[in-house]
Design a protein around this ligand. Structure first.
Ligand SMILES: Nc1ncnc2c1ncn2[C@@H]1O[C@H](COP(=O)(O)OP(=O)(O)O)[C@@H](O)[C@H]1O
Ligand SMILES: [Mg+2]
Length: 270
């Protein structure tokens, strides 16, 4: 009888830790994932032609569009440094505004600064695209880490282009995106990233803010947000709706993406 009672209690405890059907790895005593600090990451050399074909242009110093991302980088870093912030989320009201393109370009632009290092994390479990745009196959992607199949250090890839390097945690699709984002395991993953990559700026490519509760769940753990609005796809009421959700997380910049050449620069920001 005692053993049945014990099993029920254990099952209840498991429910609290892993809501729904999610099953994460056992956590360390401090609530983080077991993981070794920055170490042996798989290395991938990024191809310039692949990057260009996917509008990823900030890997080198040449080119007008790359320079816009360098300006954005400097402004974002100035804001983050003032407050000693480490975690930056990139989101948008709806899909297709250019979050992933912006996140990848910003990360590459930061990686070119000699005294800076960056980790780009794809946390869009609905439509992950960081790996596709950078040309990194999804070996050991984020879901493997959340489900305890791969340690964080093995899932993180070192991506290099020319002399510059950045770390990338590629994404993966999950039909339980909303539940994962709200889970204790996700909290543990973010805590582990903070501990193991504390010298790096961490950029999270997130799903759209208004298409579910994924982003709202994770915002309390994020230091600052970059909101990407797409010309032609984002309305003023979308932005106002986003502002309501972003009251407690500072918005460092609003990028107005997809501005046409005739109407001004490739993209603008405010
Ligand atoms: N500044 C831009 N000008 C033109 N097309 C863009 C621009 N930024 C992104 N795109 C294109 O828009 C589409 C959606 O971009 P993506 O970054 O995947 O959006 P999101 O991550 O917000 O869904 C992609 O085909 C991308 O190449
Ligand atoms: Mg995307």
């Amino acid at each position: 009888m005692d053993s049945i009672k014990q099993a029920v209690e254990l099952a209840r405890a498991a429910d609290v830790h892993h809501p729904g059907t999610l099953s994460g790895p056992p956590l360390a005593a401090d609530g983080s994932l077991h993981s070794s600090a920055e170490s042996q990451h798989n290395e991938v050399r990024l191809r310039a032609d692949h990057l260009e074909a996917n509008r990823i242009v900030a890997y080198g110093t040449s080119g007008k569009n790359g320079r816009y991302y360098d300006m954005l980088r400097t402004q974002v870093l100035q804001e983050m440094d003032k407050k000693s912030w480490q975690f930056l989320a990139v989101t948008s009201p709806t899909a297709g505004c250019g979050k992933t393109v912006t996140a990848c370009n910003l990360a590459l632009s930061i990686s070119r600064l000699p005294e800076r290092s960056v980790l780009l994390v794809d946390l869009d479990l609905r439509r992950p695209a960081v790996g596709k745009y950078l040309g990194i196959s999804g070996n050991g992607a984020v879901l493997n880490v959340l489900e305890g199949r791969t340690p964080l250090s093995s899932a993180v890839v070192q991506a290099s282009v020319g002399p510059n390097r950045m770390l990338v945690l590629p994404g993966s699709v999950s039909s339980n995106s909303s539940e994962w984002m709200a889970s204790q395991t996700m909290g543990a993953l973010l805590q582990t990233i903070k501990r193991d990559f504390r010298s790096r700026i961490v950029i999270f490519d997130l799903p759209p803010l208004l298409l579910g509760d994924d982003v709202i769940s994770i915002l309390p753990r994020i230091d600052a947000t970059l909101l990407v609005a797409g010309v032609g796809s984002t309305s003023v009421s979308d932005i106002k709706e986003c502002q309501k959700h972003l009251q407690r997380t500072p918005v460092v910049r609003v990028v107005v993406n997809k501005v046409t050449e005739t109407g001004g620069p490739y993209y603008g920001y405010y």
